[in-house]
Structures are given as structure tokens and as C-alpha cells.
Design a protein around this ligand. Sequence first.
Ligand code: TYD
Ligand code: MG
Length: 461
Amino acid sequence: MSKIKTVFQCQACGYASPKWLGKCPDCGAWNSFSEEKQSPISLKSFAVAEPQCLSKIIGGKEKRTPIGINEFDRVLGGGLVNGAIILIGGDPGIGKSTLLLQAVAKITKDKEKATPHSPQKTKDKTVLYVSGEESPEQIKLRAERLSINSDNILLLSETLVENIIKTAEDLKPAALVVDSIQTIYTEELTSAPGSVGQIRESAAKLMFFAKRSEIPVFLIGHVTKEGAIAGPRVLEHLVDTVLYFEGDRGHPYRILRTIKNRFGSTNEIGVFEMTDEGLMEITNPSELFMSERPLGVSGSTVIATIEGTRPLLVELQALVSPTTFGMPRRTSMGVDFNRVNLLIAVLEKKAEIHLGGMDVFINVVGGLKIFEPAADIGIISAIVSSFREIPVDAKTFLFGEVGLSGEVRAVAHADARLKEAAKIGFKKAIIPKNNAERLKNDLGLTIVGVKDVEEVIENIR
Ligand code: TYD
Ligand code: MG
């Protein structure tokens, strides 16, 4: 009798090893290995494909159907592509199920177009919503809250992936939602639902189903404490699109961010507000983020950042106060902690602003996260403004990257940033000198081009 082959797999990253290991050599996680049955993904349902001539392929013809929620369609690259498999990750309670239920309601409102193959016009679109977490009654409660009611939304409480696929194959819905992939399992493996092996196998089966049937599939995934979708690497490689739904529990704003997209650009964001009646789209986020800004206080600056193709004005706050303990504290929320430390060092060395005995706290207002270095001179200005207790002019905004020798470096998309700020009523821009020299039009703004950190500090008063 042949022995069942098993393999030890890291539950954090999916690294496989023939024997148990205490520490994962790939991602460095401790005590993360568990035994999984080895089973190669079966490819037998696929016929061998023929190579095609590049010149004979008709491009740009992928069928894309907008969902009808603009902010959602934007992150998808313009709409839902047939047969796409989309992973939506996020913290528990952030609103993933709400978002998908609203999306599903929009999809079913859309009538199916008549095609030469099915001339019977305007057939209703149906969507299959599979939940392994909630009962249909619980979903009904949520739907009532969202004022969603439809004969075309079909709810299924099921966790066995083979059954889900069979039901979906019979129904042929316009889309399939699986809430959440961590609760789904395949009978081919003996490990518990939620383990890396189960997640990967179930997701792979759903992927083959999506490709075979051309039905778009949404997978909802929970995020672990460390901020990664459980079994992240395996899933991120498998799916076409990875979206993160993020936000701060204390704030109503939610951001849907593209991490990977085979059918569109990445780093695109959609902005929503969680209200009593569900998620509302925010079409002009800059205006919203500016609306609660305190004027005339020190430590607050506005930066013009770019999220994907979209300029966004965001308020940055710094609080600099004398340390009461021996070690000064440095905290940053919404911007990279190491970046803040680096900028503090640049300030010390190049601008002789001594923060050695000071606690420095940095916060991006609205629970946003900013990854691009164009925020650098904004962080510097906020710190200096708080340190010296001089407010930055309320109609001034900034952007620019700071290098290690204190120089201010040019950033991309300067025109788009300036345009967005001018639209909201800003008057003065402090920007890298290199960008200022290459500007096409001035949009009625006073532009100050700066070449180093010292010039930034001179100009924020
Ligand atoms: P949910 O979609 O269940 O989150 P997830 O699927 O990501 O775990 O959303 C749960 C939260 O959203 C919960 O705290 C209640 C809140 N909520 C609203 O504020 N308004 C609403 O209309 C709905 C449906 C939920
Ligand atoms: Mg949920």
C-alpha cells in the first residue's frame, strides 16, 4: 500500500518543506508549519492550447461590464471582466460583505443584453452569493438595512467547494461571490478549512471554474494580524485582481485599493463612506478630507498626493513636544515610520532643527495611508510648524521628495496635483524646483520652487 504523501507547509506564506521546521526560511515566521496532504492541482479539464499568431489576435476586446458603482469600477480598471477572479481582502468588520452585497444588487439590476446566440431579450441577471460565515437570515438582515431586495440574488450557505461549483454550473449566474475563502474547503484534502492547503486548493478550483465558465468570481479574504491575507502569496499569484478594503474602524471612510490587476492599472483607489444605509461613494475625496481641517493651528499641512491616477489632497499633522521620559518617542500613523525617522535625521543635520529631546507624532487625517515619498516635504513642514509653533498658511500646500543630503527632488504628475489643489481653492504651492521649471500652466497659483529643506522651511511661514 502506498503511503499518502504529506508535506509541511508554512501557514503564513505557503512555503513547503518535507519535514517540520521551527522557523520558516522564506518568510521568517516561527512555529508556522503544519502537515498537509500533497495534491497537485489537476489540469485535466483543460485541452492543450494551440499557439496563435500575434498579428491575428484581435486585441482590446475583453468583455468588460461596469458594475454600476463608479468607485468599484475604477479600481477594477473600468468594470468586471468575464472569467476574472477577484480577491477582496480586509480586516473583519471593515465592510467587505456590505460592499459585495451592494455590488451584487447593482449587477442584478442590469439586464442581460440580447446576443445572436440568445435572442430572447433582457433576461434578468442573477448572482450567486455563497456564504460560509453567515446564514441566509443574517444576510437578509444586512440586505434590509441596505434596502436591497431582489429575486435575482441567490443566497447559498455552503462551504464545500465542489458543491459550490456544481450549483454555480447549474445556475450560470452573472457573477459568483464566495464569502470568505477561509471558510471553504475541498473534500480532497483532510486538513481543516482555513489552512494554506485548503485555501489554495479551493481557490484554484474556483479559478478553473471562472476561466472555464467565463463567470467572474469574487473571493472575500480575511486579513491576519500581520496584515496579510491568510495564505497570501499563494492566493495573490492565483487570482487576476487583488483589492484591499481598508480603513480605520474609528473613521467612516473606507478605501478600496488595487494591489494587483491583470486587467487594469494598480494603485488605483476607490473611496467610500460607511453610513447607516451602507457604503456611499465619495466622488470628490479631496474636498471631504479638507472639510474638517482646523485653520491657523501649528503642525498641520496639506499635501497633494497621487493615488493611482487620482490626485488627492490630504492633511498631515505633526505634534512635537518635549520628552517626559528618557527616550524620545516617535510615532507615525499613515506614513512609513522609517521614513519619518529619516526625515527627522535630515532636519537635524541639514536644517539644524534639534529634535533630540522631543517626542514626534505624525498622523495622516482620515485614516489614510500614504506610501509615496512626495509626502516628504509635507512631513518636514508639519514637524517644523509644530516645533516652532508657527501655523502653515491655510491656502498653501506642498509636495516633493527629500533626499538624504536635504535636497528636494522632483516627483511625477506635478500638473495633476496642482490642478486638484487649484480646484479646491488653494493659492500657493511649494514644490520641487525641478518640477516648477517644467510646469506647463500656472492655474492661477503662486508657485514656489524649492531646492532644499532649508528653502522649504523659509517658505512655509
Ligand atoms: P461587514 O460587511 O459585515 O464587514 P466584513 O464582511 O468586512 O466583516 O460590515 C460590518 C460593519 O459595517 C459593522 O460594524 C456594521 C457596519 N455597517 C454599517 O455601518 N452600515 C451598514 O449599512 C451595514 C450593512 C454595516
Ligand atoms: Mg463579512
